[in-house]
Design a protein around this ligand. Structure first.
Ligand SMILES: [Zn+2]
Length: 450
């Protein structure tokens, strides 16, 4: 055994004990429940690992910042979030959400994979390197926020006003899960998002439906407007919607073509007979990665209860999420949507952006750090990692690639069935330790080759 392996072996139970203390501490950002207690606990564990740590205020929930600086070396910034989603519905948990237990090789508890165990892997990787070699081969900074599960509202302003403090060569973090095939993933970006609500009011109050001969119906207005936004071929019809979409590079296309694809398993998993008509099914992953979406998340208007009610409603509304790819700008897409509705004769449809906006991110696949991290992950997992230029989901990466202007790589260690945001959230026990080994390898390899 190398000294790293024996150190990890010797400390397994102590680290699990510390992780369980973090998991016992609720940190529900949306209800401000236990946030400060969790930040203090995490800061204490970091300080005990000999990381210079401080709790820094933001407009809402504090950031836990840590650093170990070494002159003349490259700097790695590690991001993570110590907050978690509410645990409800409680009755669906096999064991209580804030009483972590291990069953069949998985650590169960709210906040386990998302994100306490995964962020803790880096704290323990740094501890391992400090104790086994007496020093770190490069500078490491930690940025752990407490608002990820509510959309990271303070993170962008925090990063924008602390660019010097957070200055680094690369940002790395572990969230999400490995591929369903069991192979590890490397994620180089996330989609952006514009979340809008379209709302139309056509009269002061609901009317008897016999007046439909002459009083406008808001649900029809909405349906007609929506039919101008996207066609049955799934193409978005807002003029200029695709203008800023970057063509994938040959390397990105090649990476996506290597993502394992099993159509039968996917169809069964989703419970559908076929993918959208007119699309070649082998395009599943290229579309997921490279195409923006325009999705109706919910639509409501008039009477939808049991039985019938012959009513002419006064209000109808629809919520939509548009997942954007580089270099689409959510504010620009919003302006284009507004202009489109206006020219199509729908000036009466109000648009509100209720959930803010998220910009898309994609770290160049030919950035030297990508090949280095790929090699580190391959060594630890003994398998070739699957590289996603970006995944279909959205998140705060753009703050690092955009505001901070640094490359950002995500290395997940949870398994596909992690149940994050849902009852019985779990973190794969061996995934936790693989994460620690990956953290050690990434730091060693980056320090030598970046
Ligand atoms: Zn989450």
């Amino acid at each position: 055994m190398t000294s790293v392996e024996s150190y990890v072996e010797a400390n397994r139970s102590r680290w699990l004990d510390e992780l369980f203390q973090l998991l016992r501490q609720p940190s529900i950002s949306t209800r401000d429940e236990g946030i400060r207690e969790c930040a203090s606990l995490l800061a204490r564990f970091m300080a005990e690992a000999r990381i210079k740590t401080q709790i820094m205020e933001t407009a809402r929930h504090p950031v836990v910042y840590g650093e170990i600086l070494r002159d003349g070396s490259p700097t790695l910034l590690i991001y993570g979030h110590y907050d978690c989603q509410p645990p409800e519905p409680l009755e669906e948990w096999t064991s209580p959400p804030f009483e972590p237990v291990i069953r069949k090789g998985k650590i169960y508890g709210r906040g386990s994979s998302d994100n306490k165990a995964q962020l803790f892997t880096y704290v323990k990787a740094v501890e391992t390197l400090l104790r086994t070699s007496g020093d770190l081969p490069m500078s490491i900074k930690f940025l752990f926020e407490g608002e990820e599960e509510i959309g990271s509202p303070s993170l962008n302003p925090f990063v924008a006003s602390h660019k010097e403090l957070l200055n680094s060569d690369l940002v790395v973090y572990s969230d999400s899960h490995i591929h369903e095939s069991g192979r590890p993933l490397i994620i180089l970006g996330l989609k952006g998002m514009l979340y809008v609500e379209l709302r139309v009011r056509t009269s002061a109050r609901d009317q008897h439906s016999m007046r439909a001969t002459s009083i406008p119906n808001p649900a029809w207005r909405l349906v007609w407007a929506l039919s101008t936004i996207k066609g049955p071929d799934n193409r978005v019809l807002i003029p200029g919607f695709y203008d800023a979409v970057l063509d994938p590079t040959p390397l990105e296309k090649e990476a996506v073509s290597r993502i394992p694809y099993d159509e039968e398993t996917l169809l069964r998993h989703f419970g559908i007979r076929e993918f959208l008509p007119g699309r070649k099914t082998r395009d599943y992953y290229p579309n997921l990665v490279f195409e923006p979406t325009c999705n109706i998340a919910g639509i409501i208007g008039g009477y939808v209860g049991p039985g019938s009610k012959t009513v002419l409603p006064s209000i109808a509304s629809v919520k939509m999420d548009l997942r954007l790819v580089p270099k689409q700008d959510p504010n620009d897409i919003y302006a284009k949507l507004r202009a489109h509705l206006d020219t199509q004769g729908f000036k009466d449809i109000e648009i509100t952006t209720t959930h803010g906006t998220i910009e898309p991110s994609r770290t160049p696949i030919d950035h030297p750090a990508v090949a280095i991290v790929q090699e580190s992950v391959r060594k630890v997992y003994g398998q070739e990692p699957i590289v996603f230029p970006n995944i279909g989901g959205s998140g705060p990466n753009y703050i690092f690639t955009g505001t901070l202007g640094k490359p950002c790589i995500v290395i997940p260690h949870a398994t596909y069935d992690q149940n994050n945001h849902a009852p019985n959230e779990s973190m794969d026990l061996e995934g936790f330790f693989k994460g620690i080994h990956t953290g050690v390898a990434v730091i060693q390899d980056l320090s030598r080759r970046l």
